[in-house]
Design a protein around this ligand. Structure first.
Ligand code: AMP
Length: 238
């Protein structure tokens, strides 16, 4: 399956009247949750909700939340649950979430997971979440994170090792100078991995135990990982 799977094919994937419902993409920093979410948005026509992107938006706008989150994110630690839950609650009020959404980077702690489970259980007619965890080994993640460069204009994601732009340092799409996220350094990566192991690995086990869970190998080309996620969601929605 290619990354240009069209919506007709995707409705066949999930049954003609089916909506994808809430989907969680889980996995360590750098496994490709953001990249995959952007592809899945095109297939299913539901929004990506990335708590990292929402927080960076708040930092850029200088909101109270952004001022608080900036320092924490810079250290690779987690922003307090209550603040992130509140931010997600506001985003889930938007009408574009009615048919489902792809949560990318949330829930990252067990309290966030129980908050989300409780919220979904209280909403009549909402499909239960399905969770897909992407798995990639540590050294590969380090290369992905420290090599990552982003276009600040169109949000395209490159990697100086695996997917370099045609002209070093500049976006292929719009020619903008690429930037590196402040937390994509080796030192901050190690802290983010520590936070992942301590706080987020138990979330993966939580959804595994609930049964509506699949794991895919993320150490493959983008299209192959995406095909794995689509078929996992199809299986879990049957
Ligand atoms: P990401 O873009 O998903 O890698 O997130 C970047 C940073 O934002 C993380 O290292 C955390 O500091 C913060 N962050 C993102 N999502 C969450 C979350 N669900 N809970 C707490 N902090 C988060």
């Amino acid at each position: 399956m290619s990354s240009s799977v069209d919506p007709v094919e995707s409705s066949a994937v999930l049954g003609s009247n089916a909506t994808p419902g809430p989907i969680l993409l889980l996995g360590a920093p750098g496994v490709g949750k953001g990249t995959q979410a952007k592809e899945l948005v095109k297939i299913w026509g539901i929004p990506q909700i990335s708590t990292g992107d929402l927080l960076r938006g708040n930092v850029a706008k200088g909101t109270d939340l952004g001022k608080l989150a900036k320092e924490i994110m810079g250290r690779g630690e987690l922003v307090p649950d209550s603040l992130v839950n509140e931010m997600v609650a506001a985003r889930l009020q938007e009408p574009d979430t009615a048919k489902g959404y792809i949560l990318d980077g949330f829930p990252r702690t067990l309290p966030q997971a129980s908050w989300l489970d409780g919220r979904l259980a209280a909403q009549a007619g909402t499909l239960p979440v399905v969770a897909v965890s992407i798995r990639v080994d540590y050294n590969q993640l380090l290369r992905r994170i420290t090599g990552r460069r982003n276009c600040p204009v169109c949000q395209a994601i490159y990697n100086i090792y695996g997917k370099p732009p045609g002209k070093e340092g500049f976006c292929d799409v719009d020619g903008a100078a690429l930037v590196q996220r402040a937390d994509d350094t080796e030192r901050v990566f190690e802290e983010r991995m520590r936070a992942y192991e301590a706080m987020t690995a138990p979330v993966v086990e939580h959804y595994r135990a609930l049964g509506r869970f699949a794991e895919v190998d993320g150490d493959r080309p983008i299209d192959a990982v995406m095909a794995g996620i689509v078929s996992a969601v199809e299986r879990l929605r049957q």
